[in-house]
Design a protein around this ligand. Structure first.
Ligand SMILES: CC(C)(COP(=O)(O)OP(=O)(O)OC[C@H]1O[C@@H](n2cnc3c(N)ncnc32)[C@H](O)[C@@H]1OP(=O)(O)O)[C@@H](O)C(=O)NCCC(=O)NCCSC(=O)C[C@H](O)C(=O)O
Ligand SMILES: [Mg+2]
Length: 293
């Protein structure tokens, strides 16, 4: 069911489940989560072999601390039902469903997962990547407790809007904002879309910084070379951690004295809550990284 404790999802790497080298390499990468893809990255004649490989990976227990998810083909596609049944039986951390468009679809997917015997630990991640989904994000996100994460599909959204990929993502800002509002109103995690140019480090890091500033929990990625940048961008900086500790200390020291300040800035209860959140994230990331070493 949906998370009750904070789980870092700074770097969430897609890989084609038909690519055995990528599946193997993923066991060594410092990403927080993996999406083993059966949808766009897999050609029609490779779908069945990819499904078997993804389910075997989910059963293997070889991906250690990394959250392991399987992206199945979308509702209405010829492989959808078999993918969902097989993924549910394999019991990954989550089943990722592309192009989810309504709360009814979420309820149908959750019922199908339950019918297929998905273990309780397997949650649903819904991709939102169409204009209709952007307008219904809150109802999609609130439709089931089993839905834990929303994932932006920015390539599909650009296509559906007849927009263009440009630095700064101006054509997407309305959609990104609506999706963030809907996810946060429903209390769900939300991941930013992918950056397609795997050789453009500067552009990628700028988009990570923008995604972080907008409020995303992490970024979906397409190449191992993008993992470290996303991990840094979506973790609290050492300055942010130091400030969070200072704010909590100033708040504790100033109880009963009325106005509290830290480094000349006014501190209210809401700043204390934000500082606590920063420290929770920092501790969760530190614990996750300690597991890896
Ligand atoms: C983009 C790529 C096709 C580039 O592949 P390639 O040219 O082979 O990269 P490299 O030679 O630099 O690879 C170096 C090594 O790293 C491994 N590798 C590459 N990519 C991955 C990966 N994603 N996960 C794990 N390992 C990876 C290679 O095997 C090499 O290993 P080795 O030989 O042992 O050194 C390729 O990166 C790729 O296929 N990426 C994923 C594409 C994908 O999954 N696309 C679908 C999801 S994106 C999407 O659909 C978003 C959404 O729906 C939307 O609408 O926006
Ligand atoms: Mg897509």
């Amino acid at each position: 069911m949906a998370d009750t404790v904070f789980r870092p999802r700074r770097s969430v790497l897609y890989m084609p489940s038909s690519n055995a080298r990528a599946l193997d390499k993923a066991k060594t990468l410092p990403c927080d989560a993996l999406i083993l893809d059966l949808e766009d990255a897999v050609a029609p004649d490779a779908k069945e072999a990819a499904r078997e490989a993804a389910c075997a990976a989910a059963r293997s227990g070889e991906y250690a601390r990394r959250e392991l998810t399987i992206r199945i083909n979308g509702i209405g596609m010829p492989w959808h039902e078999d993918d969902l049944r097989a993924a549910a039986a394999a019991g990954p951390d989550a089943i990722v469903v592309p192009k989810v468009g309504s709360a009814d679809e979420v309820r149908t997917l959750v019922a199908a997962m339950e019918d297929a015997g998905a273990p309780d630990r397997t949650t649903l991640w819904a991709m939102v990547e169409t204009p209709g989904a952007m307008l219904r994000v809150e109802e999609i996100a609130s439709a089931s407790d089993r839905l834990s994460v929303l994932v932006m599909g920015t390539n599909d959204l650009v296509k559906e809007l007849y927009a263009e990929h440009v630095p700064g993502r101006q054509p997407l800002l309305a959609g990104l904002g609506l999706a963030l509002l809907g996810a946060r109103a429903a209390g769900k995690a939300i991941l930013d879309g992918v950056y397609n140019d795997v050789k453009d480090t500067e552009g990628f890091l700028a988009e990570c910084a923008q995604g972080r500033q907008l409020g995303f929990d992490g970024k979906t990625l397409i190449h191992p070379g993008q993992v470290t940048g996303a991990n840094e961008a979506f973790a609290p900086s050492s300055q942010a951690v130091e400030d969070a500790r200072g704010i909590l200390q100033a708040w504790e020291d100033g109880q009963g004295s009325g106005v509290v300040t830290y480094n000349g800035r006014m501190i209210e209860n809401l700043h204390v809550e934000s500082a606590q959140r920063v420290l929770t994230m920092h501790e969760a990331i530190t614990a996750l990284e300690a597991e890896a070493s």
